[in-house]
Design a protein around this ligand. Structure first.
Ligand code: GAL
Length: 377
């Protein structure tokens, strides 16, 4: 009898643990976030796509190192608090000749849906195996379902043979001794702003590292990435099927050293959050706004407020999610990297307040949207 009682207790205890897992009601930035199977979520440098009441969170599957051994993972949720592991959306290839072979670097995957082709399109930063960060390519894959499997299409350095829309004619001419300028000298900085690397990479295509995709209200999509040796952001229009670049592109903040771009729009204003350039180590975030995606982008400073704002609460931006059904509610998604053991990286999600047309992000140990509404200006 005692034994039956013990087993009944065990069953009830297990069920209560499972149901506790399924009923997270708060975000706890920086804590271990478990999926509905009780495992630490593995979706770093990610982004979220929303459809029919479900959020899909895509991110880099990381192991101890940050080299891709598995690919891009996807989780689903109906409330943003409780996430179900939906498996691997884009798998690394076992074919050694594949550009996305196991051992390549696959970072910052972003998924959008193309209404014209009814395909899900994933763009990501790709580095070829054993080449460090030298390749600086963007890669694209498609799927019929949000959970995948995504089929890899191609990768490249974009905008081959086309000048940016905001590039003065005089900058298109080859300037003498450009390539031999010593880094960080005033001459180098001036040459950089005037397009030293745009000219260098004109024939081969522009470098593309940290990136994001933004889809505007009219359905046009833009690829925003760190280029020119990570010194300048490039904003490029994608074709109607979202699978190619149209050749229309601009440079943003030449020499501004922005990485980790995340773009969102409130009414008719575009906002961008970025980080500075310190690898896996955190630095003060930056924010910008513009009335057109093509700019000009006005610099608004570090949006982080309060304790540890100078290192963005030990995080780096990856995506900003407009929260469905909640007006003017934007979620800052950042990564707290753990470079000695990447799988232990944490997620820093906080609400963004727009105050005096500037984004602000405040630290909260634990929060949900009810708290957020209470603190809206
Ligand atoms: C960071 C970048 C990450 C990753 C890392 C490699 O600055 O945001 O996505 O590329 O550098 O060191």
């Amino acid at each position: 009898m005692k034994l039956i009682g013990f087993f009944l207790f065990l069953i009830m205890f297990t069920q209560s643990c499972v149901s506790q897992n399924a009923t997270n009601k708060h975000f706890e930035p920086g804590k271990i976030w478990k999926d509905t199977d009780g495992k630490h979520i593995n979706a770093h440098g990610g982004g979220i796509y929303f459809e029919d009441g479900t959020y899909y969170w895509y991110g880099e599957h990381k192991d101890r190192s940050s080299i891709a051994q598995v690919g891009v993972r996807v989780y689903s949720s109906t409330d943003l608090f409780n996430w179900k592991n939906e498996g691997v959306a884009l798998a690394v290839s076992t074919d050694l000749d594949s550009e996305i072979t196991k051992g390549s670097v696959i970072e910052r995957p972003k998924v959008v849906y193309n209404k014209k082709t009814s395909k899900y399109v994933m763009w990501f930063h790709l580095e070829l195996k054993d080449q460090g960060y030298h390749a600086a390519r963007t890669g694209v894959a498609i799927s019929d379902l949000p959970t995948g499997p995504f089929h890899y299409l191609k990768s490249y350095r974009p905008n081959v043979g086309v000048w940016p829309l905001n590039f003065p004619l005089k900058n298109q001419e080859t300037q003498k001794n450009d390539a031999s300028l010593e880094w960080w000298t005033p001459e180098w900085s001036a040459a950089l702003v005037e397009g030293l690397y745009v000219r260098r990479d004109f024939e081969e295509g522009q470098m593309s590292r940290d990136m994001t995709i933004f889809v505007d209200d009219d359905g046009k999509a833009y690829h925003i990435h760190s280029s020119e040796e990570n010194q300048t952001l490039h904003i490029s229009e994608l074709t109607d099927d979202y699978l190619d670049f149209t050749s229309r592109w601009v440079r943003m903040q030449p020499g501004g050293q922005n990485e980790a771009p995340a773009v969102f729009k409130q009414e008719d204003t575009y906002y961008m959050i970025t980080s500075g350039l310190t690898g896996w180590a955190p630095n003060p975030a930056r924010s910008f706004s513009a009335k057109s995606i093509w700019g000009p982008w006005e610099s608004l400073g570090n949006p982080a407020r309060g304790k540890r704002a100078e290192v963005t609460f030990n995080s780096q931006s990856t995506h900003v999610l407009p929260v469905e059904g909640k007006e003017n509610t934007f979620l800052y998604m950042g990564d707290r990297w753990s470079p000695k053991n990447h799988i232990d990286g944490r997620y820093i999600w906080l609400p963004i307040l727009i105050k005096d047309e500037k984004p602000q992000i405040k630290w909260m140990d634990t929060w949900n949207f009810a708290d957020h509404n209470a603190i809206q200006p």
